[in-house]
Design a binder for this molecule. Structure first.
Ligand SMILES: *Cc1c(COP(=O)(O)O)cnc(C)c1O
Length: 370
């Protein structure tokens, strides 16, 4: 018999930028029997996911569903459907994921303006307001929680500006959804995408997406065809609509069970309680880090609770600490991306991972290594 490599998979405390640690209830949900993507019982589960996503996103949007693919597939769904060639798009950039948005929008043929802000600081509302007064844009795109730096951007304020400017407002809530409020209707968000493996604590593979009426209209009434067949929101919405249920692709029933269960647990615990837990455990971590003499990368008012960027002290081998944490303690944390590589650690407190006992375990290990 060959050795089975899966015997070597170890339980890891996932405290990086995602995936986060998965709850037992979600593993159990995933182990339920696979059923067909056109099974009427599966349609019920799809409806359950839609309703729970509407609750979690605080929206009435009919087009609220899960895309088969990770957060980046959600990003591509939003940009591919909403951009028509030559559209002017304003992308607000203060980290790696804002850059990815810009690249994607350019590939779709948009005339993109990337308005850049220093990494580690939030997008500045005044600068965005004056740009929107100077130029007309069809779409304004913002990353709510910039996972590369740990910065929370002023998504509500930018939503007001986008509305005033008559632009569609596209928001990346991959990191924030499930850990911070993302109320779509109240914040004028026209298109949003997230990911299953961050604050929802599912395995990666699904991207919750929601389109407002206005956004869906632009996507379905445009003259040229959407350049991406797999992510065509009109076709996908037909699969998610009770009266239509037209085959589009073979959605993974098991991954969607996981998403259903994660949303079920989120709503059962109570969204406000979940948000408060993230905030509290974040403060607890920051206190412990500061006791170890470490500095946070982001100023206090702009920190994300679920993603904590910490400056690696002078003389400490950033990568060696991460390697030892993983090998000797089975704890995963993240490194810096792009210009922040080698300079920061990124410590995730996402969803199920956001517990004080996990912080204690991590701090004890880090204390020994430093
Ligand atoms: C993780 C992440 C993504 C990309 O999601 P994948 O699931 O890795 O494709 C996009 N945006 C933000 C803000 C993220 O944190």
């Amino acid at each position: 018999m060959n050795k089975n490599l899966l015997d070597g998979v170890k339980e890891t405390l996932l405290m990086g930028p995602g995936p986060s640690s998965v709850r037992e209830s979600v593993y159990k949900a995933m182990g339920k029997p696979t059923i067909g993507h056109l099974d009427p019982y599966y349609y019920k589960i799809m409806n359950g996911i839609k309703e729970q996503l509407q609750t979690a996103f605080e929206t009435k949007n009919q087009v609220t569903l899960s895309i088969s693919g990770t957060g980046t597939a959600g990003m591509e769904t939003c940009f591919a459907n909403l951009i028509e060639k030559g559209d002017r798009v304003l992308v607000l950039i203060n980290g790696y994921f804002g850059m990815r948005m810009k690249d994607m929008a350019q590939r779709m043929g948009a005339k993109v303006t990337g308005l850049e802000f220093e990494w580690g600081t939030p997008v500045d509302v005044g600068t965005v307001a004056s740009e929107l007064e100077k130029n007309d844009y069809k779409i304004v795109a913002l990353v709510h929680g910039e996972t590369s730096t740990g910065v929370r951007n002023p998504a509500q304020e930018i939503g007001k500006l986008a509305k005033k400017a008559g632009a569609l407002y596209l928001v990346d809530a991959v990191t924030t959804f499930g850990g911070l409020r993302v109320p779509l209707d109240a914040w004028n968000i026209d298109a949003v995408y997230s990911g299953s493996q961050k604050c929802l604590s599912c395995p990666p593979g699904l991207s919750p997406v929601s389109f407002s009426k206005r956004a869906f209209k632009k996507a379905t009434e445009r003259k040229d065809k959407i350049p991406n067949w797999y992510l065509d929101i009109g076709l996908i919405a037909n699969y998610w609509e009770d009266k239509k249920r037209a085959y589009h692709h073979t959605a993974s029933s098991n991954l969607n069970y996981a998403l259903y269960q994660a949303l079920y647990d989120f709503i059962k615990e109570g969204p406000d309680k979940v948000f408060a837990r993230h905030a509290e455990v974040h403060r607890y971590l920051v206190g412990k880090l500061e006791k170890l003499g470490l500095k946070m990368f982001v100023a206090e008012g702009s920190r994300l609770p679920m993603l904590n960027a910490v400056v690696c002290p002078e003389g400490v081998d950033e990568a060696a600490v991460r390697r030892k944490l993983l090998k000797d303690y089975h704890i995963e944390i993240g490194s810096g991306l792009g210009p922040l590589a080698g300079k920061i650690w990124r410590i995730g407190l996402m969803g199920h991972t956001a517990r004080k006992k996990n912080v204690d375990t991590f701090i004890a290990a880090l204390g020994e290594l430093l």
